[in-house]
Design a protein around this ligand. Structure first.
Ligand SMILES: [Fe+2]
Length: 317
């Protein structure tokens, strides 16, 4: 069975992508940021996941004010880098995992989370910057397939932190009912505190960010009770991106091992946060007899739902 072995939280500041693309990583301002991800790249190279699920938000690249899905799952075979106004970033095309993505879509939707299925989508810095920070700058191809999950945090109302956390749990049930032995890492991206316009532009709240990281690691349920207004007040208008980290956290064990954390300010008026959390059960397949039985039962429910759907479809009703 497939298994989620770890979660990665990372900011996706667009200027980090620009610094990478323009060869500025050794400049003192940027070296401070990139040096914080050296251990992360080594961890990822050693971990070698078979698939990465990257929870991120689109910045008017694939979607627009005309249509903004709350949760959009990328089920395509590939996702080209988007042109965000100065040409597509010079990064490889992101290859998807259509079979696992379709399985997640079916499982999660039948679990009563109404995802939008996206079969054609370009991906912007929200997805490619965290990938660079963890996978480096490959020339031809990324080291593993990626399933993008785009979340609306740009237009009111975004999903609640609790909804995101519960979606993470549904994604975990989906992954763990997929029959192939795959080791999956899930990313939550965005944030941390920042506000890019208005009288509070440039807001950074390190105390609040650090408390968020502490709770993400040790007491994530506490974070699920934070209302949108608190994110706005304490972490700035764009700090609401942090709800996406709760999808990642919901997909992990209740108790996790925090293997790495990095925090620095500022990077282009944004607080940069990063954390790596490993499931304690990561080395075992399956984690426990009880969870294996649960995954099998979830798989049986999915198979039964599939049969019913085929029966209805073949009768044409
Ligand atoms: Fe963003």
């Amino acid at each position: 069975m497939a298994k989620i072995i770890a979660g990665v939280g990372s900011s996706h500041v667009p200027a980090i992508g620009a610094a990478l693309d323009n060869g500025k990583t050794e400049e003192p301002y940027w070296k401070r940021v990139f040096s914080g991800f050296e251990k992360s790249k080594a961890w990822m190279a050693e971990t070698k996941p078979d698939v990465a699920i990257v929870v991120y938000n689109d910045h008017a690249s694939a979607f627009s004010m005309e249509m903004i899905p709350t949760f959009a799952l990328g089920c395509a075979a590939e996702f080209p880098p988007a042109d965000e106004g100065w040409g597509p970033r010079p990064v490889p095309v992101v290859k998807g995992h259509p079979a696992l993505a379709a399985h997640i879509a079916q499982s999660v939707i039948l679990d009563e989370f109404d995802l939008t299925i996206v079969n054609k989508m370009e991906v912007d810095h929200g997805l490619t910057v965290p990938m660079n920070l963890l996978f480096g700058q490959p020339k031809d191809h990324w080291p593993c397939p990626v399933i993008p999950l785009a979340v609306n945090v740009v237009m009111y109302p975004p999903p609640t932190g609790h909804r995101c956390y519960m979606l993470g749990k549904a994604i975990r049930r989906a992954v763990e009912s997929y029959p192939e032995d795959l080791r999956v890492v899930i990313f939550g991206t965005g944030g941390l505190s920042h506000q890019i316009s208005g009288p509070r532009a440039g807001l950074i709240n390190s105390k609040w960010d650090k408390s968020f990281l502490d709770n993400l690691s040790k007491d994530p349920k506490k974070l699920t009770r934070i209302p949108h207004l608190e994110y706005m007040r304490e972490a700035g208008a764009e700090g609401i991106e942090m709800v996406m980290w709760l999808i990642m956290r919901g997909a992990l064990d209740d108790k996790v091992d925090e293997v790495y954390r990095f925090y620095t300010v500022p990077a282009s008026n944004t607080a940069v946060g990063h954390i790596i959390l490993e499931n304690k059960s990561k080395g075992k397949r399956p984690s426990t007899a009880k969870s294996a039985a649960k995954s099998k039962a979830h798989g049986r429910r999915l198979a039964a739902a599939r049969k019913t759907t085929h029966r209805i479809a073949s009768k044409g009703t």
